[in-house]
Design a protein around this ligand. Structure first.
Ligand code: DX5
Ligand code: ZN
Length: 214
Protein backbone atom coordinates (compact mmCIF):
# COMPACT_ATOMS: atom_id res chain seq x y z
CA UNK A 1 0.00 0.00 0.00
CA UNK A 2 1.07 3.56 -0.70
CA UNK A 3 0.01 6.50 1.47
CA UNK A 4 0.95 9.88 -0.02
CA UNK A 5 1.59 12.48 2.69
CA UNK A 6 -0.14 15.80 2.14
CA UNK A 7 2.59 17.47 4.20
CA UNK A 8 4.30 18.12 0.87
CA UNK A 9 1.08 19.14 -0.91
CA UNK A 10 -0.35 22.62 -1.47
CA UNK A 11 -2.32 23.33 1.72
CA UNK A 12 -4.42 25.94 -0.08
CA UNK A 13 -5.78 23.27 -2.46
CA UNK A 14 -6.06 20.07 -0.44
CA UNK A 15 -9.13 18.75 -2.28
CA UNK A 16 -7.31 19.10 -5.58
CA UNK A 17 -4.15 17.54 -4.14
CA UNK A 18 -6.13 14.55 -2.89
CA UNK A 19 -7.74 14.18 -6.30
CA UNK A 20 -4.26 14.06 -7.85
CA UNK A 21 -3.57 10.74 -6.08
CA UNK A 22 -6.81 8.80 -6.57
CA UNK A 23 -4.82 5.55 -6.75
CA UNK A 24 -3.61 6.02 -3.17
CA UNK A 25 -4.53 3.36 -0.64
CA UNK A 26 -4.53 5.83 2.24
CA UNK A 27 -3.99 9.57 2.36
CA UNK A 28 -1.47 10.35 5.11
CA UNK A 29 -2.27 13.46 7.15
CA UNK A 30 0.49 14.79 9.43
CA UNK A 31 -0.92 16.58 12.45
CA UNK A 32 1.81 18.53 14.29
CA UNK A 33 1.35 20.71 17.35
CA UNK A 34 4.68 22.58 17.68
CA UNK A 35 5.19 20.83 21.04
CA UNK A 36 5.77 17.13 20.38
CA UNK A 37 7.59 18.19 17.21
CA UNK A 38 9.04 21.60 16.29
CA UNK A 39 6.54 22.22 13.50
CA UNK A 40 2.88 23.17 13.21
CA UNK A 41 0.58 21.90 10.47
CA UNK A 42 -3.16 21.32 10.77
CA UNK A 43 -5.74 19.86 13.10
CA UNK A 44 -9.23 18.47 13.39
CA UNK A 45 -11.14 21.20 11.48
CA UNK A 46 -8.99 20.66 8.39
CA UNK A 47 -9.30 16.87 8.71
CA UNK A 48 -13.09 17.19 8.89
CA UNK A 49 -13.09 19.24 5.69
CA UNK A 50 -10.74 16.79 3.99
CA UNK A 51 -13.02 13.88 4.90
CA UNK A 52 -15.78 15.58 2.91
CA UNK A 53 -13.45 16.33 0.00
CA UNK A 54 -12.06 12.84 -0.68
CA UNK A 55 -13.05 9.17 -0.61
CA UNK A 56 -9.47 8.05 0.07
CA UNK A 57 -9.25 6.65 3.63
CA UNK A 58 -7.43 9.13 5.87
CA UNK A 59 -4.39 7.93 7.78
CA UNK A 60 -3.95 10.55 10.49
CA UNK A 61 -0.47 10.65 12.04
CA UNK A 62 -0.70 12.63 15.25
CA UNK A 63 2.64 14.13 16.23
CA UNK A 64 1.15 15.83 19.25
CA UNK A 65 1.38 15.90 23.03
CA UNK A 66 -1.45 14.37 25.05
CA UNK A 67 -2.89 12.10 22.34
CA UNK A 68 -4.87 10.37 25.13
CA UNK A 69 -7.07 13.45 25.06
CA UNK A 70 -7.02 14.59 21.42
CA UNK A 71 -6.81 11.49 19.22
CA UNK A 72 -10.39 10.36 19.79
CA UNK A 73 -11.79 13.37 17.89
CA UNK A 74 -10.12 12.20 14.69
CA UNK A 75 -11.62 8.72 15.06
CA UNK A 76 -15.06 10.13 15.77
CA UNK A 77 -14.80 12.41 12.75
CA UNK A 78 -14.29 9.40 10.49
CA UNK A 79 -10.55 9.00 9.95
CA UNK A 80 -9.80 5.45 8.80
CA UNK A 81 -6.65 5.05 10.88
CA UNK A 82 -5.48 7.23 13.77
CA UNK A 83 -1.84 6.87 14.76
CA UNK A 84 -0.41 8.21 18.01
CA UNK A 85 3.17 8.29 19.24
CA UNK A 86 4.13 5.88 21.99
CA UNK A 87 6.54 8.53 23.31
CA UNK A 88 3.59 10.87 23.93
CA UNK A 89 0.81 8.53 25.04
CA UNK A 90 0.20 8.08 28.78
CA UNK A 91 -1.94 4.93 28.45
CA UNK A 92 -1.51 3.54 24.93
CA UNK A 93 -3.60 0.42 25.60
CA UNK A 94 -6.63 2.38 26.76
CA UNK A 95 -6.09 4.83 23.91
CA UNK A 96 -6.21 2.02 21.34
CA UNK A 97 -9.43 0.71 22.88
CA UNK A 98 -10.96 4.20 22.71
CA UNK A 99 -9.95 4.66 19.07
CA UNK A 100 -11.41 1.33 18.05
CA UNK A 101 -14.61 1.98 20.01
CA UNK A 102 -14.91 5.27 18.12
CA UNK A 103 -14.74 3.39 14.83
CA UNK A 104 -11.19 3.84 13.53
CA UNK A 105 -8.19 1.62 13.30
CA UNK A 106 -5.59 2.28 15.98
CA UNK A 107 -2.00 3.03 15.03
CA UNK A 108 1.11 3.30 17.17
CA UNK A 109 4.21 5.13 15.96
CA UNK A 110 7.78 4.91 17.19
CA UNK A 111 10.49 7.50 16.55
CA UNK A 112 13.82 6.33 15.07
CA UNK A 113 15.46 6.14 18.51
CA UNK A 114 12.59 4.31 20.22
CA UNK A 115 13.00 0.53 20.52
CA UNK A 116 10.22 -1.85 19.53
CA UNK A 117 10.66 -4.65 22.09
CA UNK A 118 9.16 -2.88 25.15
CA UNK A 119 5.92 -2.30 23.24
CA UNK A 120 5.18 -5.75 21.83
CA UNK A 121 2.43 -6.41 24.40
CA UNK A 122 0.94 -2.95 23.83
CA UNK A 123 0.92 -3.57 20.08
CA UNK A 124 -1.50 -6.47 20.56
CA UNK A 125 -4.16 -3.76 20.89
CA UNK A 126 -3.15 -1.96 17.68
CA UNK A 127 -3.92 -2.37 13.98
CA UNK A 128 -0.94 -0.50 12.54
CA UNK A 129 2.66 0.12 13.56
CA UNK A 130 4.20 3.25 12.04
CA UNK A 131 7.98 3.02 12.08
CA UNK A 132 9.50 6.49 11.64
CA UNK A 133 12.49 6.50 9.32
CA UNK A 134 13.26 10.19 9.93
CA UNK A 135 12.92 12.34 13.05
CA UNK A 136 9.27 13.43 12.94
CA UNK A 137 8.59 17.05 12.10
CA UNK A 138 9.50 17.78 8.51
CA UNK A 139 9.18 16.32 5.02
CA UNK A 140 12.06 15.87 2.65
CA UNK A 141 14.58 14.38 5.10
CA UNK A 142 16.95 11.50 4.38
CA UNK A 143 15.90 7.90 5.01
CA UNK A 144 17.43 6.26 8.11
CA UNK A 145 18.13 2.71 6.98
CA UNK A 146 18.99 1.59 10.53
CA UNK A 147 15.27 1.50 11.44
CA UNK A 148 14.80 -1.43 9.07
CA UNK A 149 15.89 -3.76 11.88
CA UNK A 150 12.71 -2.78 13.72
CA UNK A 151 10.70 -3.41 10.56
CA UNK A 152 12.21 -6.88 10.27
CA UNK A 153 11.38 -7.63 13.90
CA UNK A 154 7.80 -6.43 13.44
CA UNK A 155 7.45 -8.44 10.23
CA UNK A 156 8.62 -11.57 12.06
CA UNK A 157 6.15 -10.98 14.91
CA UNK A 158 3.33 -10.61 12.39
CA UNK A 159 4.34 -13.57 10.25
CA UNK A 160 4.61 -15.84 13.29
CA UNK A 161 1.16 -14.79 14.47
CA UNK A 162 2.28 -12.92 17.59
CA UNK A 163 0.94 -9.61 16.28
CA UNK A 164 -1.68 -8.68 13.71
CA UNK A 165 -0.49 -5.37 12.29
CA UNK A 166 -0.06 -3.36 9.15
CA UNK A 167 3.63 -2.42 9.20
CA UNK A 168 3.95 1.13 7.91
CA UNK A 169 7.05 3.25 7.33
CA UNK A 170 7.28 7.04 7.21
CA UNK A 171 10.11 9.32 6.19
CA UNK A 172 12.50 9.51 3.25
CA UNK A 173 10.67 6.94 1.14
CA UNK A 174 11.43 7.48 -2.55
CA UNK A 175 12.48 5.55 -5.64
CA UNK A 176 15.93 4.92 -4.13
CA UNK A 177 14.81 3.66 -0.72
CA UNK A 178 11.46 1.93 -1.17
CA UNK A 179 12.86 -1.42 -2.34
CA UNK A 180 14.95 -1.87 0.82
CA UNK A 181 11.94 -1.04 2.97
CA UNK A 182 9.79 -3.48 1.01
CA UNK A 183 12.38 -6.20 1.41
CA UNK A 184 12.48 -5.65 5.17
CA UNK A 185 8.74 -6.32 5.28
CA UNK A 186 6.86 -3.02 5.09
CA UNK A 187 3.17 -3.26 4.13
CA UNK A 188 2.40 0.44 3.73
CA UNK A 189 4.75 3.18 2.53
CA UNK A 190 4.20 6.84 3.37
CA UNK A 191 5.69 9.16 0.76
CA UNK A 192 5.44 12.92 0.90
CA UNK A 193 8.02 14.77 -1.17
CA UNK A 194 8.54 11.79 -3.52
CA UNK A 195 4.89 12.07 -4.56
CA UNK A 196 3.97 15.73 -4.23
CA UNK A 197 7.22 17.27 -5.43
CA UNK A 198 6.84 15.25 -8.63
CA UNK A 199 5.39 16.83 -11.73
CA UNK A 200 2.68 14.16 -11.83
CA UNK A 201 1.90 12.93 -8.29
CA UNK A 202 -0.39 10.16 -9.52
CA UNK A 203 2.29 8.76 -11.74
CA UNK A 204 4.98 9.07 -9.04
CA UNK A 205 2.75 7.08 -6.73
CA UNK A 206 2.32 4.26 -9.25
CA UNK A 207 6.06 4.21 -9.92
CA UNK A 208 6.69 3.76 -6.19
CA UNK A 209 4.09 0.99 -6.05
CA UNK A 210 5.84 -0.85 -8.89
CA UNK A 211 9.23 -0.54 -7.17
CA UNK A 212 7.81 -1.83 -3.88
CA UNK A 213 6.31 -4.86 -5.60
CA UNK A 214 9.42 -5.66 -7.68
C1 DX5 B 1 7.42 13.69 8.92
C2 DX5 B 1 6.07 13.16 8.52
C3 DX5 B 1 6.06 12.48 7.22
C4 DX5 B 1 6.47 13.31 6.04
C5 DX5 B 1 7.29 12.44 5.17
O1 DX5 B 1 7.43 13.96 10.28
O2 DX5 B 1 5.58 12.25 9.48
O3 DX5 B 1 4.79 11.87 6.97
O4 DX5 B 1 5.40 13.82 5.29
O5 DX5 B 1 7.83 13.20 4.17
P1 DX5 B 1 8.91 12.60 3.14
O6 DX5 B 1 8.24 11.44 2.45
O7 DX5 B 1 9.19 13.75 2.24
O8 DX5 B 1 10.08 12.17 3.96
ZN1 ZN C 1 3.74 11.13 8.91
Amino acid sequence: MIAPSILSADFAHLAREAAAVTGADWLHVDVMDAHFVPNLTLGLPVVKSLLKATDIPLDCHLMIDDPDRWAIGYAEAGAYNVTVHVEAAADPVQLAKNLRAAGSKAGLSIKPGTPLEPYVEVLKHYDTLLVMSVEPGFGGQSFMAEVLDKVRTARRLVDTGHLKLVVEIDGGINADTIAAAAEAGVDCFVAGSAVYDAEDPGRALEALRALAAA
